[in-house]
Design a protein around this ligand. Structure first.
Ligand code: CTP
Length: 394
């Protein structure tokens, strides 16, 4: 519930503004007080009178002409949280770059609490390098992005860029304001590809970027969980996540095994090397010495180690397959996991480095469920929903 919480709703100019009336209503139903700021183009898509009727207060539209001397600082002090929905590419660019040339961006600049942004725009605009740069800046500033989803867009187009529905936006707001669905749940996530040194300069590695595991950790934190992320990647995460930086399979094994006993759920997404060079040269190998004779030895199976602990947490493994996810069914039954998330990393929208993934959920009894291509953050959200259901039914 959001009883008594003060939420400032920023509406910028996009077709998705029509969903904002529902969003405002949902927030009020959960007990929040809502005030709204509309940018100059928002009024083309949503009537100010509609928001006034739902929230009980006329939306703010301009710095000037109202009763307040300094509306941006007053609103920033009033609010517990600011949510911007829909956030157009222009509004995101303003926020990412700290502009204050309209009431909404100035208010955000003057605000010190949590900011939730629900982008909505055409796919080309969403995927443009400039918008993606702004997304990275906003993430690094701790802004909470919800969506966008993939689906039908204005003008008959289709693809990523559709604003999230009001429900996930409200969920995120509740999580941020303390009533998160995973509050009290302790979570351990591993992410990234391990690097096995050959000499001080060279290593054997893999193509994992750490994006999927990081998304799993960030989503759990957004839902209020206490999250520890053991990772080889250096991607931005929310401040609340406890990050343990590692490089090799041995380091990851040590960290994960130490932490696994104290968590409720472990999701091991990392792409861990199965073998490492037996010896690591102390100085760089020289060309003149000829090709090195690398003797490889196995690394620990981290997942198996967690599964064999006395009271293992709810355990989720990931399996990167090439060509088909059939072999993953065998892993689901042999590895002692509660769920296995398999993906074919050779598909264009799936696997290493990209922001989307197409996964198949496999249970230890072999039952499988293929999910559509989604952004990694959406895969993470659906995975946490599933984990919650599974844990509730056991
Ligand atoms: N894993 C692990 N420790 C390892 C290797 C893998 O904990 N040394 C974990 C991964 O984090 C992942 C799961 O096991 O959650 C599946 O990884 P995968 O490499 O697909 O499994 P392998 O048993 O190594 O199978 P394969 O022979 O296909 O490499």
């Amino acid at each position: 519930m959001l009883t008594g919480r003060r939420i400032l709703l920023g509406v910028s100019g996009g077709v998705a503004a029509f969903k904002v009336a529902y969003l405002a209503r949902r927030l009020i139903e959960r007990g929040a007080q809502v005030r709204a700021i509309m940018t100059s183009s928002a009024g083309e898509f949503l009537g100010a009178q509609t928001l006034a009727a739902i929230t009980g207060t006329a939306p703010y539209e301009d710095f000037f002409g109202g009763e307040s001397v300094s509306p941006h600082t007053e609103l920033a002090r009033w609010a517990d949280l600011i949510v911007i929905a829909p956030a157009t590419a222009a509004t995101m660019a303003r926020l990412a770059n700290g502009l204050s040339d309209d009431l909404l961006s100035a208010t955000v600049l003057a605000f010190t609490g949590p900011v939730v942004v629900a982008p909505a725009m055409h796919t080309e605009m969403w995927e443009s390098p400039a918008t993606q740069r702004n997304v990275s800046l906003l993430n690094a500033d701790g802004v909470h992005l919800v969506g966008p989803e993939s689906g039908p867009l204005a003008g008959g187009d289709e693809g990523p860029g559709r604003m999230s529905e009001p429900e996930p936006i409200v969920d995120r707001i509740e999580a941020l304001l303390g009533g998160g669905s995973m509050a009290g749940t302790r979570v351990l996530v591993s992410a990234g590809g391990t690097r096995e040194p050959i000499d001080p300069v060279r290593y054997l590695g893999n193509r994992s970027s750490g994006k999927m595991g990081t998304a799993v950790a960030v989503e759990a934190a957004a839902r209020g969980a206490a999250v520890t992320l053991v990772t080889t990647a250096d991607l931005p995460v929310s401040d609340s996540i406890d990050v343990v930086q590692v490089e090799t399979a041995d380091e990851m094994a040590e960290a994960v095994w130490k932490l696994a006993g104290g968590v409720d759920v472990a999701v091991l997404v990392a792409a861990v090397a199965d073998f490492k060079p037996q010896d690591r040269a102390d100085t760089t190998l020289r060309r003149a010495s000829g090709p090195p004779d690398l003797k490889m030895v196995p690394t620990p199976d981290i997942l198996a180690g967690v599964a064999s602990q006395e009271n293992p947490p709810f355990l989720v493994g990931f399996a990167a397959e090439t060509g088909s996810v059939e072999q993953a069914a065998e892993k689901a039954s042999s590895k002692g996991v509660d769920l296995l998330v398999a993906n074919d990393v050779t598909l264009p929208d799936s696997g290493f480095g990209v922001d989307t993934n197409q996964v198949t959920i496999i249970r230890p009894n072999g039952a499988s469920d293929g999910w559509p291509v989604m952004r990694k953050r959406q895969v993470a959200a659906r995975l946490w929903d599933l984990i919650a259901e599974e844990r509730a039914s056991t």
